[in-house]
Design a protein around this ligand. Structure first.
Ligand SMILES: CC(C)(COP(=O)(O)OP(=O)(O)OC[C@H]1O[C@@H](n2cnc3c(N)ncnc32)[C@H](O)[C@@H]1OP(=O)(O)O)[C@@H](O)C(=O)NCCC(=O)NCCS
Length: 151
């Protein structure tokens, strides 16, 4: 609960810096955190703290994969505050997710993430950590997009 405000602020900053198709509102982030709190099997929000200050977060969403025969943990969002970048915090967050460290009852069969093709730095970071593959995900948005289309 205490971290909800910090996560919401950072999520809005992430969306300004690297906008997706649809703008994200603060209420939406708080709703996501509530859903994860009520239904922990869906995933988790993880924060990185320095001297008691939240400086980064990852939003993890979990699903069962038939193909991989286990739980897949998707890093839906990953953000480190600009003032704290290039100090290894992003890498440490990803190592924590990879190694479990009590995050999951069982080790995940795979860790997935999506990154926009133009986000070169993040892509380099992820491939350096062993992530492979290109972005093949497609979405059919069921709410208005930034371009004002309703589908
Ligand atoms: C992508 C992101 C999460 C990386 O976080 P970070 O904490 O800066 O990541 P790290 O510090 O672990 O690594 C980033 C770089 O710093 C370098 N680095 C790591 N520790 C370092 C240290 N102690 N001193 C100097 N450089 C260091 C890494 O080698 C890496 O170098 P590179 O940019 O040349 O590849 C962060 O830049 C961010 O929030 N970006 C905006 C949101 C985003 O793009 N999210 C990902 C898609 S969802």
């Amino acid at each position: 609960m205490m971290d909800d405000d910090a996560i919401a602020r950072m999520c809005l900053a992430l969306n300004e810096e690297d906008p997706g198709d649809a703008p994200v509102r603060r209420e939406q982030v708080l709703q996501t955190l509530n859903v994860l709190r009520k239904e922990p099997a869906r995933g988790k929000a993880v924060v990185a703290e320095i001297d008691g200050q939240v400086v980064g977060y990852a939003l993890l969403i979990s699903f069962w994969s038939n193909e991989l025969g286990g739980e897949v943990c998707v890093v839906d969002e990953l953000y480190v505050a600009p003032t704290h970048r290039r100090r290894g915090i992003g890498t440490k967050l990803l190592h924590t997710l990879r190694d479990g460290d009590g995050l999951w009852p069982e080790r995940a069969a795979a860790i997935g993430l999506e990154v926009t093709p133009t986000n070169v730095r993040a892509r380099q970071l992820f491939s350096g950590l062993g992530f492979t593959g290109s972005n093949t995900a497609m979405h059919l948005a069921r709410r208005p997009t930034k371009r004002g289309e309703t589908r």
